[in-house]
Design a protein. Sequence first.
Length: 136
Amino acid sequence: MDKKVLVGFVLTFVVLELVGFLEHNVYLMSTYDSLKTVFRADMMDKLWISLIINLSNAFFFSLIFSKGFENKGLMEGVRYGFYMGMLLSVGYGYGSYMSFAIPYSLVLTWFLCGVATYIVAGVVLVKYYEMQNKTS
């Protein structure tokens, strides 16, 4: 595997984990507390699944980015993050809304935070790739 893809994967994973922690453990914790009856009683025992999801998303996010990087600046990362955020967040948020009795405000927050997270990850990848191109 290309070193840039591997480092990009790690950077993306860190972004997903950090922003996810802030979103779920800080910003949304009171919402989750008010909806305890909706979620699985053993949900905390299954949080390792979230790690697998973020590893997979980070890997493919960075791999796909590496195949299409055009070195067109910051907006390339914003666009890529937006497109991938839409792809991944629409199904996550609205599929959950379809399946569970959760408030629409939570779904909208998941959706918007998801898109924003992937935009940040796209910007991080662009900056990393630009930095690597300058040093090589």
